[in-house]
Design a protein around this ligand. Structure first.
Ligand code: NAD
Length: 255
């Protein structure tokens, strides 16, 4: 039996993963703004501190087998919140709990998106995120003034942050990986679909998915469950696309 901490376990993909891990007999410490063991708002520095402190209080002395960083906001959320939760909140929780995961040679699994490669690395918002400057990132995003720059850009930055840290974190005893879902039927996607502009773009994109259709949260969660398990014990630095073939369709020569 393993002990995992996770953010974003209240609904959607996180809730589906929580159910699977609990059914497997694992212990879960769930952090979320809505419901969970630790209620914390990852958009603020105080909330991030409360999240890390809350997990530390509840974690076994021996450490954590893994951390799943799943909390995220859609492109229709306020721009500053997207940057704050999807990138800065995610990195703060991962860094704040790294030593607890390293104690057990465990794994940190980030939730990226198949939209991440769609936003160029040179985008000022992405660069400001990677520079660790939250105020500058928000300024750059407000200048770009588009939710998709915030959403795809935050996921691009988070994935690059992961890849850049793989070596150091592996040496410290932590496997870093990311899952990159395509369109998945969750409350986040319902929020996106309630916006006329995004609904049209998403519907058009969904129509191009090579395998057809969209994902159920459990289909993303089951891949994450594997990535957390000992069966994936040599998976390190991977970005696992679970998107019905969309990324391969858009970038056949990049992998
Ligand atoms: P969701 O809205 O069901 O889940 C997001 C979770 O994050 C919720 O439990 C929510 O309460 C929590 N959260 C939001 N803001 C928070 C904050 N400030 N502090 C703490 N917790 C907060 O949506 P989902 O689709 O299951 O999203 C899970 C992850 O999957 C996100 O990172 C999202 O970007 C990513 N993702 C989703 C899709 C999709 O199509 N649904 C596609 C690619 C990636």
């Amino acid at each position: 039996m393993a002990c995992y901490a996770m953010t974003g376990g209240a609904t959607g993909i996180g809730a589906a993963l929580r159910e699977q891990l609990v059914a497997d007999g694992h212990q879960l410490i769930s952090v979320d703004i809505k419901a969970g063991d630790v209620i914390a708002d990852l958009s603020t520095p105080e909330g991030r501190e409360a999240a890390v402190a809350g997990v530390r209080e509840r974690a076994p002395e021996a450490g954590l087998d893994g951390l799943i960083v799943c909390a995220g906001l859609p492109p229709v959320a306020p721009l500053a919140k997207i940057a704050a939760v999807n990138y800065f909140g995610a990195v703060a929780v991962a860094e704040g709990l790294k030593d607890l995961v390293a104690k057990r040679r465990g794994t940190v699994l980030l939730v990226s998106s198949n939209s991440a490669p769609m936003m160029p690395a040179e985008t000022p918002f992405v660069q400001a995120c990677l520079g660790g400057d939250e105020a500058e990132a928000i300024r750059a995003l407000e200048e770009a003034n588009h939710g998709q720059v915030g959403y795809a850009g935050s996921k691009r930055a988070l994935t690059m942050w992961m890849r850049r840290n793989v070596v150091d974190w592996a040496k410290a005893g932590v496997r870093l990986n990311a899952v990159a879902p395509g369109i998945t039927q969750t409350p986040l996607m319902q929020e996106v679909m309630s916006n006329a502009e995004y609904k049209e773009a998403m519907t058009q994109f969904a129509d191009t998915v090579p395998w057809g259709g969209t994902a159920e949260p459990a289909q993303i969660a089951s891949v994450m469950r594997f990535m957390l398990s000992e069966d994936a014990g040599f998976v390190c630095g991977a970005v696992f696309f679970v998107d019905g073939g969309s990324d391969a369709m858009l970038r056949p020569d990049s992998f």
